[in-house]
Design a protein around this ligand. Structure first.
Ligand code: CP
Ligand code: NVA
Length: 309
């Protein structure tokens, strides 16, 4: 049994195995309908329990499709409808029940501590479907998307992030270390990642550079990533933060500093960090990016269920 909590804690060879499996599975489904099950039906009879303590469109739907296409099923449970944390039911008791009824647990939460506690108490795998410190399923899928579009190993590309130092960036930083790619980060000085993230970069000698000028970060980029300046449940003065990012908007002028065939990626939902022109323009591959969540999460499930060799 393997958990999928944070890219930084998963061996690079396992991450590569997941991507390779996703490539094969995606190729084999070319003429399949949405709910057709993969020929090998590898997770037949398995139940993935999902719990979202925060909003989600893509993660929810893509995990639904992922487990269905592997032959299993899913159920969504809501924290406010459970006894968890109230009525005499501890997290450990809930974990025991989830492990009794289900085969895997996908959790989106505002608490990294909760994921850690569940990971210790469950006897089934847990998948982090977004936490304050990371969004690993999104970023692994994005690595897949980059290699699919660019037809090259990501280690040969200049990857750029322009935006807030949030959970998605933390996972991209972990990916940069695991997959050895160059990462240029553009953000205002006071919005650099937290100390523990800067420490990983130092410890693993990541090829990661910070720029407080978006144009410098974008220079020569093969791929530009971004995400909302205000994340879900971000407890900041929104007006001030958005104002502080005003010179970091990804617009036609800014992508002019990148390579001509630069790819723009964004996990969605979006805000003022990207212009409509770029988001809906020819360099943007955001819809393929969203669709690939299904393919990569299938292979993440395979990994967690011990089915990847
Ligand atoms: N990108 C992403 O995780 O989207 P949702 O919040 O809709 O799941
Ligand atoms: N950084 C964003 C990602 C949403 C998918 C958030 O945490 O809200």
């Amino acid at each position: 049994m393997k958990h999928f909590i944070n890219l930084k804690d998963i061996p690079a060879k396992d991450l590569r195995k997941i991507i390779d499996d996703a490539k094969k599975r995606k190729r084999k489904r070319k003429s399949f309908n949405t709910l057709d099950v993969d020929k090998d039906n590898p997770l037949k009879g398995k139940l993935l329990i999902q719990m979202f303590e925060k909003a989600s469109s893509r993660t929810r739907l893509s995990f639904y499709l992922a487990i269905k296409q592997l032959g299993g099923g899913t159920i969504n449970i809501k924290a406010n409808e459970l006894h968890l944390g109230k009525g005499g039911e501890s997290l450990a008791d809930t974990a025991k029940i989830l492990s009794t009824y289900g085969d895997g647990f996908m959790l989106r939460t505002d608490s990294d501590k909760k994921i850690e506690e569940f990971s210790k108490a469950l006897t089934i795998p847990i998948i982090n479907g977004l936490s304050p410190s990371s969004h690993p399923t999104q970023v692994l899928s994005d690595i897949f998307t980059v290699e699919e579009i660019k037809k090259k190993s990501i280690s040969k590309l200049n990857i750029c992030w322009i935006g807030d130092s949030n959970n998605v960036l933390n996972s991209l930083i972990a990916a940069s270390i695991k997959f050895s790619f160059k990462l240029s980060i553009g953000c205002p000085k006071k919005y650099k990642p937290k100390k523990f993230v800067l420490e990983w970069i130092k410890k693993y000698k990541g090829n990661i550079n910070f720029y407080h000028d978006a144009k410098k970060a974008a220079r020569n980029a093969d791929v530009i990533f971004s995400d909302k300046v205000i994340s879900l449940n971000d407890k900041v003065n929104k007006t001030i933060k958005i104002k502080n990012f005003k010179n970091f908007q990804i617009n036609t002028k800014l992508i002019g500093f990148a390579k001509k065939d630069v790819t723009f990626l964004h996990c969605l939902p979006r805000g003022s960090e990207v212009s409509d022109e770029v988001f809906l323009g020819k360099n943007s591959k955001v819809w393929i990016q969203a669709l690939n969540r299904v393919h990569v999460q299938k292979s993440i499930l395979m990994y967690c269920f011990g089915k990847l060799r």
